[in-house]
Design a protein around this ligand. Sequence first.
Ligand code: GLU
Length: 513
Amino acid sequence: MSVRVRFAPSPTGMLHVGALRDALFKYLYARHEGGTNIFRIEDTDRTRYVADSEAEFVESLRWVGIDFQEGPHVGGPFGPYRQSERKEAGIYDKWIQELMKLGHAYKAFETSEELEEMREYQQINKQQIGYYGGAWRDAKPEQVAEIEAAGKPYVIRQRIPRGQTIVIEDLIRGRIEWDSDTVDDPVLIKADGMPTYHFASMVDDHLMEITHIIRGEEWISSAPKHACLFDAFGWQRPIFVHCPVIKGKDGKKLSKRHGATRVLDYRAEGYLPDALINFVALIGWSPGGDLEMMNRDELVREFTLDGLQPSPGMFDMDKLRSMNGDYIRATSIDDLFEALMVYAENPETDSYWENYEPEGDLKIDAPAIRSALQTLVKAAVADPVYAKQAVQLEQERVTTFADFGLATEFFFLDEPPMDEKAMDKYFRAEYVRELFTTLLGIFEDKLEMSVEECEKVVRDYVAAKEFEKPGPVVHPVRVALTGKTFGPGLFELMSLLGPQRMMARLRRALTLL
Ligand code: GLU
């Protein structure tokens, strides 16, 4: 039977990195097996429903290149793929009737006050909390008919078998057993007639012929209920695969503190989708050996479920950053420049930095990043060849697309911001005025200069002044030309700036001495 897996989020907010990993594992597995990847929207909990959420999921997944062969946006033979629409179509009604007929579900009429009382009683008496039967599990049919006729609201609960051992074979964890007396009777249909996750999800998994339920470990405690439901209907159970949780580097539950955010924020911060995918795939999964950088095709080829680890996966932001830098360096300059421009011109990028709120102690100057990216966009329109060369010179040094803004800014501004401390340090010496004046004299009759020519000019001055090292020349020149003490190789950046720009900057520097 060919593999069919589903990514079935509840549209309650943004797509975070944890859910991305969930979606990614299924996508990789389906592709590895030549199977079908299904997208299903589990929107039966209307109190938590967020209208924009589905569109956000679709856009996030499109950006990282996770595609589906079936789903609300692509259609397919098992639709509709939104549970609210499936409810409208009467799908769950039909199956809950069937389940009641089979004796595996029952109506329960407790009010919320009565349920609260039950809970308190269980707490006080140190009993297991939950609904294990109440007054209705074994109520006589006449009793049920009577109260129903009186119009009292009810829910429909699953009748978990008692006095048995429930066993599932989890693909990662192996055999897991539960004493069925410790598994409560979950609500399957709420008082307003809406199915709960437990019911809708499992009915759909059966009807959509899902072969593997791959999901987060937080669902393990629901697995015995789900297994019983499949058994109750006499349906073949799918294979359960509960993936390890993701933790921060400190071993704590993953949160924004660890740098884990909304997937689209990674885009806005300038991460490459392929780097993100590669990084996320390695949280809790390993192809064996020390293979780390893997492109999409390699991931697909290597991905098998037995590479999933039972121990928690770790989210390491530093690793993502370094991987992203590696991906930037591994990209050809033409592709890089094109992708960078798509990034910098995206209005979402600009609004992200405009509304950026600093988290923790990360020193991020969002207004400066924003303005530098705008400068880059303008520069690329004015002189794309020059802009691309500037980008290429910084390719070795940046971590994200966002970094390219500040890194290249000095190439494009007539008067780049000057680092006061650097001026203080390198502009004070006696010879600096003469150095700048000499260079001005040399640059004056040149239209362009090669990297070698630039190097020769600097080395000649070092030799003429009998400096032991080039530092006393290199540092003041770098500060005069770029305003900073760091950046790409001096001779390369000099050559790219060219004599005209260098002269303007040296003249300005002379006024700052
Ligand atoms: N709708 C559930 C969620 O949002 C899906 C859980 C599952 O995969 O079974 O997490």
